[in-house]
Design a protein around this ligand. Structure first.
Ligand SMILES: *Cc1c(COP(=O)(O)O)cnc(C)c1O
Length: 363
């Protein structure tokens, strides 16, 4: 596979780029991106190119049938031009599953590594270095063939775009139990990271925003009883001092952050359990004073305390501790991601050595 060499266009664009003073989550788009195409049955050599619109046929399967998947991950600043990535093997595996679910070709580990490395290293001096800040990376894959035959594409585009970012939320959030609609079905695509899941959540989120909440809390699509997750984040609660999170159900997304916090909790001596969590039990646990904390977790949000959970009928429950356990977990996670402590789990890998990164991704 040809190595991407920054051409002079890219070099002059990077030389003229300045980070804005304010960097909210996912608003500032980096001036370069990685791009590779799949056609004639194979991946073609990719390269770093200026960030720009890409030509998409109006009849493409991406636009007409939602044949699209993505990942969300971060590169962290380190001394020098050697950014670090956090568990990119987990993101690659999930990206491969999402691609297969939507009948798209898997991006090979070597190509995924080359793309991440090229983008992160070229932007290394623009990775903000404050606590919780990073370069958010968005690998994206979609179908290009223009036709209305429902059979998918043979021609695909793979991009890695980037956004210098802060954490998603600055303050404790308010969530509303979604009692009407579902974001994913059993046997559907809820366990994959695909755009359609988000499209299915937007209206409910707008409704909950209009009632003064930040996010919808989704319940299981069959019984509408058990907590699944938030629209782009997994859900956790502290009950009787232990960490609880909904077990993987096939219709909720297996977050890298979720998995990492479960492991970190064990490491910190906090009991952790992944189980079926009926929402009504959670509300009783809050009433009884047993549930002391709730929080959302994800690559974008990191760990975001939840202050209040509400019903569409106006009832609300608040928890006493906004962030005792969650602050410990957030610090422990960020310390590893930002290279401030020993990485005893082996989760962090340099972005600059493409071969080592490809081997890590493949592991
Ligand atoms: C991405 C995402 C998450 C969080 O996953 P991480 O790997 O921790 O970033 C949770 N739920 C949904 C629906 C998501 O798309």
């Amino acid at each position: 596979m040809a190595t991407a060499i920054a051409n002079s266009d890219v070099e002059s664009i990077l030389a003229g780029y300045r980070l804005p003073e304010k960097i909210p989550f996912g608003v500032e788009l980096a001036p370069v991106m990685y791009r590779a195409e799949f056609h004639a049955g194979e991946w073609q050599a990719g390269s770093l190119v200026p960030f720009a619109d890409v030509p998409v046929n109006p009849a493409s399967t991406a636009l007409q049938f939602g044949q699209q998947a993505f990942e969300g991950m971060k590169a962290y600043r380190s001394a020098g031009s050697n950014p670090f990535l956090f568990r990119p093997n987990m993101n690659w595996r999930r990206f491969a599953r999402s691609a297969q679910r939507l009948r798209m070709p898997v991006v090979p580990p070597e190509l995924f590594a080359e793309a991440l490395s090229t983008v992160a290293v070229s932007l290394s001096e623009f990775i903000p270095g404050g606590r919780g800040q990073s370069l958010y990376l968005r690998p994206t894959l979609f179908g290009l063939d223009p036709h209305f035959a429902v059979k998918g594409s043979d021609h695909f585009l793979f991009l890695v775009i980037a956004s210098p970012s802060d954490a998603y939320y600055a303050d404790p959030i308010r969530i509303m139990i979604e009692r009407d609609s579902c974001r994913a079905a059993k046997g559907g695509t809820g366990a994959e990271k695909v755009g359609g899941n988000y499209a299915a959540s937007l209206l409910a989120n707008e409704n909950c925003n209009a009632r003064g909440f930040d996010q919808s809390l989704w319940l299981d699509p069959t019984g509408r009883k058990n907590i699944e997750e938030l629209s782009a984040m997994n859900f956790m609660a502290v009950i009787d001092g232990a960490l609880h999170t909904p077990a993987l159900s096939g219709s909720l997304l297996e977050g890298v952050t979720r998995d990492s916090l479960l492991a970190l909790a064990g490491h910190l001596g906090i009991e952790a359990e992944s189980r079926t969590m009926p929402v009504d039990d959670l509300l009783s646990d809050i009433d009884a004073g047993r549930c002391s904390e709730m929080f959302a977790c994800g690559t974008g949000a990191i760990v975001a305390p939840i202050a209040t959970i509400g019903e569409p009928d106006g009832r609300e429950w608040s928890v006493p501790d906004v962030g005792l356990v969650s602050a410990r977990l957030r610090d422990a996670l960020l310390d590893i991601q930002e290279g401030k402590t020993d990485d005893s789990f082996g989760w962090v890998i340099s972005a600059s050595d493409q071969q080592a990164l490809a081997a890590f991704i493949n592991s």
